[in-house]
Write a protein that binds this ligand. Structure first.
Ligand code: NAD
Ligand code: UDP
Length: 333
């Protein structure tokens, strides 16, 4: 058994009181499920801006699960052992809809939660992002790369907000001995994304299932590396259970890189759709290439993703197919 396996099984033995902010969102709901399954007490805090109650309804059967409607920009006082800070809209159309609130969520939200962690001696995890690398000049991206980010473009509220959040995490660690875990997440997809999320995988699948045009922004040669959600949240728990010296930042993502054109072809193939591909303007500051270097995650956490893009897409297509059938194309709340 590896050192990281030891840490994971130890986590299973001790019941902890864990706060998950953004717990009703796509990633947060999968994380709550994993933590409850491991026997922990989980408090989901969410302002339901992009998250939906439906994502966590099935968890209400656990006595150890509770949900609090709250915006993390405002302080909250809960005595907990661990905090996973996932609260923040992640899709470009959603985080750009109210950019000032996005910056506040990243910066003020992190500050309030770090103060909470310092007060109760809680270990705190930050969902940072590959967006801190911006339109990266080095490829694949390693954690030591400082990034190439526009400070006042349409993506800046998110990119710079997440960069500032990392700064706060490391300064609380240095000044107040707060135990921190910072993960830089690369594009992740799977069941419980919203049909109107706006990110590429959900857009393409929903368009293909409805027989609508598949919208490629730009010429489709830009690349991304897509990680299936179950792989990702396994990495979260491993990082949280790692030794205090493992602070991150650590990349988590699937290093298999695809062009957006290739993704569209795969989705069309797997759904058997007759949708046609159409080309739309590339958004401002859209990164050209993205692929994580996961050497650090593999060495420190014994982590690497197991689910291939085609397997993950099949499961995600099944999810959206069921959702669209049930809702007859309406967005469910
Ligand atoms: P999501 O939009 O599905 O979930 C975000 C959740 O946070 C939602 O439930 C939303 O209602 C909640 N929220 C937003 N602002 C809030 C606030 N001020 N107070 C309380 N709750 C708030 O997005 P996701 O894909 O699940 O992303 C979760 C986290 O992971 C985000 O912090 C995001 O930046 C990060 N991340 C995700 C990806 C990805 O590919 N999914 C990649 C990089 C980073
Ligand atoms: N994209 C696309 N069509 C869509 C949605 C997105 O071609 O309907 C492109 C987008 O321009 C980007 C890539 O797909 O190049 C990934 O976009 P997403 O919003 O999923 O994530 P991010 O840009 O934050 O990595």
């Amino acid at each position: 058994m590896s050192k990281s396996d030891d840490s994971v099984s130890q986590l299973r033995e001790e019941q902890k009181r864990i706060l998950v902010t953004g717990g009703a969102g796509f990633l947060g709901s999968h994380l709550c499920e994993l933590l409850l399954g491991a026997g922990h007490q989980v408090i989901c805090v969410d302002n339901f801006s992009t998250g939906v109650r439906r994502n966590v309804d099935h968890l209400k059967r656990f006595d150890a699960f509770s949900v609090i409607a709250h915006d993390i920009v405002q302080p909250i006082d809960l005595e907990v052992d661990e905090i996973y800070n996932l609260a923040c809209p992640a899709s470009p159309p959603h985080y750009q809809a109210d950019p000032i609130h996005t910056t506040k969520t990243c910066v003020l939200g992190s500050l309030k939660l770090l103060e909470l962690a310092a007060r109760y001696g809680a270990r705190i995890f930050q969902a940072s992002t590959s967006e801190v690398y911006g339109d990266a000049n080095i490829h694949p991206q390693v954690e030591s790369y400082w990034g190439n980010v526009n400070p006042f473009g349409p993506r800046s509220c998110y990119d710079e907000g997440k960069r500032c959040a990392e700064t706060l995490f490391f300064d609380f660690h240095k000044r107040h001995d707060v135990e921190i875990k910072v993960v830089r997440i690369f594009n992740t997809y799977g069941p419980r994304m919203r049909p109107d999320d706006g990110r590429v995988v959900s857009n393409f699948i929903v368009q293909a299932l409805k027989g609508d045009d598949i919208t490629i922004y730009g010429d489709g040669s830009q690349t991304r590396s897509f990680c299936f959600v179950n792989d990702l949240v396994d990495g979260f728990v491993r990082l949280m259970a790692s030794a205090p010296s493992v602070t991150g930042p650590v990349n988590l993502g699937n290093p298999d890189e695809f062009s957006i054109g290739e993704l569209a072809e795969q989705v069309i193939g797997l759904t058997g759709s007759r949708s046609k591909i159409v080309y739309r303007p590339l958004p401002t500051d859209d990164p050209r290439q993205r692929r994580p270097d996961i050497t650090l995650a593999t060495r420190e956490l014994g982590w690497r993703p197991n689910v291939s893009l085609s397997e993950g897409l099949k499961e995600t297509i099944r999810y959206f197919d069921g959702l669209l059938t049930r809702s007859a194309g309406q967005v469910l709340e």
